[in-house]
Structures are given as C-alpha cells and as structure tokens.
Design a protein. Structure first.
Length: 145
C-alpha cells in the first residue's frame, strides 16, 4: 500500500481512547409515521428525533423525499449518521446531547418550545394569578451601600 503512512502505537492508542469515550451508534432508521430518525447506541440508549428539529434538514433547498430519508447510514465507525442522497451528516454525540444545530438555532427552538400552550401551563398560570401574579424581581442591592 503505497502512500499510506503507518500509524504509531501512540496514535492508535489515542484513537482507541477517543472511540471508547464517544457514544457508538449501532443502528439508525427513519420512522415515517413520526417523521423522526431513530438512533440506537451501543450502550442500549435509543433516541428518536423529529427531523423538523434538526437544522440541517430545514436548510435543504427542497423537502427530502421519503426514499432519501429512509436511506440513512451509520458512518465514521459509529460516530455519525449519513444520508448519501442528501449529502448530509449528523454527529451521534450531538444528537445524544440534544444538539440539533447552531447555538442560534437551538435558542430559537427553545424560544418556540416556551411558547407552546398546554393544560399544565394554563393551570400554573391560573394558580400564579390567584397568588397575585408572577413574583416581582427585586433590584440587586449594591454590595457597598
């Protein structure tokens, strides 16, 4: 094998250590009924993330077809997912940590989630109203008055 450089024992040991620290993906599939990608990790954790939450899918020029979404592959020795027909890859550790895009994207997702109305939020709001509303914020007192 010409052109291939030999790895040193230290490089191999460092790569093995990184591999042991990173969550390894063992399988992935697209679930049509929930429009989510389901990822199973070697330690038994299984997550399903709706593709609408993942920034890279929202920034495609067009809506991906079901066939394109179904063609998801585990790549990078189990560290990432790849959709070859979309040329789109996602980090497994990022998905596991709930990171679906840039900081700005995540901030906007959080803002939208906070705006969701639910019976539990309505009940909490009514309870706070009975108590006189939201507690007032007290101005910070200077340390040296």
């Amino acid at each position: 094998m010409q052109g291939m450089e030999k790895s040193t024992a230290a490089e191999i040991a460092a790569a093995r250590k990184r591999g042991a620290e990173e969550p390894t993906i063992v399988s992935a599939r697209y679930i049509r009924s929930t429009r989510a990608v389901e990822v199973t990790f070697v330690h038994g954790v299984k997550i399903a993330v709706p593709i609408t939450l993942i920034q890279d899918f929202r920034t495609l020029e067009r809506e991906p077809t079901l066939a394109e979404l179904a063609q998801v592959e585990v790549s990078g020795a189990g560290t990432s997912l790849y959709w070859p027909r979309l040329d789109l890859g996602l980090s497994g550790s990022g998905l596991l940590q709930g990171i679906f895009g840039t900081k700005t994207w995540m901030r906007e997702l959080a803002r939208g989630m906070g705006a969701i109305k639910s019976p539990a939020k309505a009940a909490a709001s009514r309870e706070n109203g009975r108590k006189g509303g939201r507690p007032r914020k007290h101005p910070a007192t200077p340390a040296h008055a």
